[in-house]
Design a protein around this ligand. Structure first.
Ligand code: ADP
Length: 177
């Protein structure tokens, strides 16, 4: 469904424009600086970017869905057109419910490609008009993953430069418990 977002004056007439809404889905357990880089760059491609925490029934996470969403919120306050949400169920249904048109994902190494390729084709099979757009990792963060961060924190490794300070605090608290 097209949503008239704003109007511009063109030849003295009002014209409706459609707002471009992107969805950036992921587990974000927890959000890393690699994710933030993708969110910053992705937010420039759309009018509104919804960062969506998805429930993965196959993974028991470190943080709850609410905690992950809150950490994303606190880490992205500098990006004005970002909203944070969470869902369980089919991504494409969530995208449609948000009136979204594109899915934004980050791509690191070849191992990501195989998985992302299959996901993108699946999405296209389900809904031909939803496009998946990939943003290549920033080479500063090409090695960075939430799994790596969790492991490093578990063994008391330094997280400086890998996750925002608010995530560092939250992860340390979790492991102290
Ligand atoms: P998922 O479990 O759905 O893969 P993640 O939270 O691991 O969720 O990742 C969400 C998205 O962010 C994915 O598209 C992933 O490839 C991307 N991503 C994660 N870390 C990085 C990084 N360091 N650089 C670029 N993209 C990344």
């Amino acid at each position: 469904m097209d949503i008239p977002a704003f109007r511009i004056v063109e030849n003295n007439a009002w014209k409706e424009l459609t707002k471009l809404i992107g969805i950036c889905p992921g587990s974000f357990d927890p959000i890393t600086n690699g994710h933030i880089d993708i969110i910053e760059r992705g937010s420039k491609l759309v009018d509104k970017l919804i960062v969506a925490v998805c429930e993965n029934p196959n993974k028991k996470g470190l943080f709850t869905m609410e905690e992950r969403a809150e950490l994303i919120r606190q880490s992205t306050t500098h990006i004005k057109n970002v909203e944070v949400s969470s869902f369980s169920g089919l991504l494409n249904e969530f995208v449609k419910a948000q009136n979204g048109q594109i899915i934004i994902r980050g791509l690191r190494a070849l191992t990501d490609f195989e998985y992302e390729f299959q996901r993108a084709l699946f999405s296209k099979y389900l809904d031909d008009d939803i496009e998946t757009v990939f943003i290549m990792t920033n080479n500063r963060y090409s090695f960075l993953s939430s799994t790596g961060v969790r492991e490093l924190a578990y063994f008391d490794g330094k997280l400086d430069g890998l996750v925002p300070p608010v995530v560092q605090e939250a992860i340390l608290k979790k492991y102290k418990k």
